[in-house]
Design a binder for this molecule. Structure first.
Ligand SMILES: [Zn+2]
Length: 69
């Protein structure tokens, strides 16, 4: 059985790999398209990931916040 990971814009997510700054365990999804852009909730830097790579690296969704595109 496959696990479907549900996520949307504004979700706060935990990734398998932490951001190298180690200031936070979580990221916020700030843009969704062919690529997913996430922002580190520690240092505020953003990272662009291919959707597939994002889904592979996603551990879990831990919350939600409002994000303006
Ligand atoms: Zn960071």
């Amino acid at each position: 059985m496959g696990i479907t990971k549900d996520y949307e814009l504004g979700d706060i997510v935990e990734m398998k790999k932490k951001h190298p700054c180690y200031l936070s365990d979580t990221f916020t999804i700030i843009r969704m398209g062919a690529d997913i852009k996430i922002k580190c909730n520690g240092c505020g830097r953003s990272i662009m990931l291919e959707r597939m790579k994002f889904e592979k690296g996603l551990k879990k969704v831990v919350g939600h916040t409002d994000v303006k595109e």
